[in-house]
Write a protein that binds this ligand. Structure first.
Ligand SMILES: *[C@@H]1O[C@H](CO)[C@@H](O)[C@H](O)[C@H]1NC(C)=O
Ligand SMILES: *[C@@H]1O[C@H](CO)[C@@H](O)[C@H](O)[C@H]1NC(C)=O
Length: 356
């Protein structure tokens, strides 16, 4: 190819880039006009929900079900699980319960249990937008994340538990959380609760969540679940994936709003964490996108709370027989522990301590 044709190609690329940027700006402006109020960031709530997103990683089902695990105290004390779902087939885990102090149903999703988070992250670089989000023009999503929620035992288990909780507690809020891939599932869950159950008071708060769909999906998402906060930490690599291609805004993955970016600034020996509330585009260039996503350790700690599994636990299950009585195993080998929310779990707790 001669210099001349290269130049022409170059000019076309520029024109394309410029025009598509303009288009996106228009879109973003329209979104401003819409009456939907995006969430405001609540630091206290984020610090509480991060503990749920951390606890759901643990593999001792007895301790989780009775809410006595090592990550189950602190700001989440008094939480009552209604259902604990373990999709053994796909190595997924989630729980639904009621937090009286928040006056809310809390739903938490575990992130990936892969032994090598490095491999999981590398795979994410190449993920295509390969599934149409049903019912929304041009909206495309990541098939793996989409089906982890929509095509496993998680979704029916969660919907069932939410309905049970609402029968008992009435119209209380629903807060959905998760870290990493768990954040991706939390987003699909929040959207689904709104679209399928007509839930209005759904709030989604995720930590270190990857991108899950394109701009059309992000725009739809933020209209349906405006009350969403996506917390990112420092140089955490995962929110940078799958990549965002600035020059192809219609073709690329695109985050939904609203990001809150945590980063440290130091004055000598003083280190201070800034919590930057980002703009409502989903891809604020002055937030996590202003730095390189090159840290896995930033991915594994949020608000000083350890995320991910504690040991190299993989997808193992630990459970004692007392709690097993609350479980049922499905045909495919998946496990659902559930209890009638109107009975107290306290009895089980005493049984346990007296039997051990
Ligand atoms: C933030 O969340 C906490 C915990 O749910 C709540 O008590 C507090 O009122 C909230 N603050 C605001 C300003 O909404
Ligand atoms: C759902 O999962 C089943 C088996 O796990 C698979 O055969 C099917 O193609 C999946 N459907 C979608 C839409 O991913």
């Amino acid at each position: 190819m001669g210099t001349r044709s290269l130049l022409i190609v170059g000019v076309f690329v520029c024109l394309f880039a410029l025009s598509s940027c303009r288009e996106l700006n228009v879109k973003v402006k329209n979104r401003h006009i819409q009456q939907h109020q995006l969430a405001s960031y609540n630091h206290t709530l984020a610090r509480i929900l991060v503990q749920y997103a951390s606890a759901v990683y643990l593999s001792d089902l007895t301790e989780l079900f009775t809410w006595t695990c090592s990550r189950c105290g602190g700001l989440t004390e008094g939480f009552e699980i209604i259902e604990l779902i373990v999709d053994v087939q796909h190595c997924l885990q989630a729980f639904v319960g009621v937090a009286a102090d928040l006056n809310a149903i809390v739903i938490a999703f575990r992130g990936t249990q892969e032994t090598s988070i490095q491999n999981w992250v590398e795979d994410l670089y190449w993920k295509q937008l390969d599934t149409d989000y049903p019912g929304v023009d041009d909206a495309k999503v990541h098939h793996g994340f989409y089906s982890a929620y929509h095509n496993t035992s998680l979704r029916p288990g969660i919907l069932n538990a939410v309905q049970e909780a609402k029968e008992l507690y009435g119209d209380i809020n629903i807060m959905v959380t998760g870290h990493s891939m768990g954040g991706a599932m939390a987003a699909f869950c929040g959207l689904g609760l709104h679209l399928n159950l007509g839930e209005q008071n759904v709030q989604v708060l995720t930590f270190g969540q990857p991108r899950i769909g394109n701009a059309a999906f992000a725009s739809f998402y933020s209209q349906v679940v405006p009350n969403t906060i996506r917390v990112t930490n420092g140089h955490d690599v995962v929110p940078h994936l799958p990549p965002y291609y600035y020059y192809f805004p219609q073709k690329t993955y695109h985050h939904f709003p609203r990001e809150v970016w945590l980063y440290n600034i130091g004055f000598g020996s003083l280190i201070y964490t800034v919590e930057k509330v980002c703009d409502d585009s989903g891809e604020d260039p002055t937030c996590s996108r202003s730095v390189k996503g090159n840290s896995i350790s930033d991915h594994l700690t949020y608000y000083g709370v350890q995320m991910g599994c504690d040991a190299s636990s993989g997808c193992k299950i630990v459970m004692d027989t007392l709690v097993a009585g609350y479980g049922k195993t499905t045909k495919k080998g998946n496990l659902i522990l559930s209890r009638d929310p109107s009975t107290s779990i306290l009895k089980l707790k005493t049984d346990r301590s007296s039997s051990s």
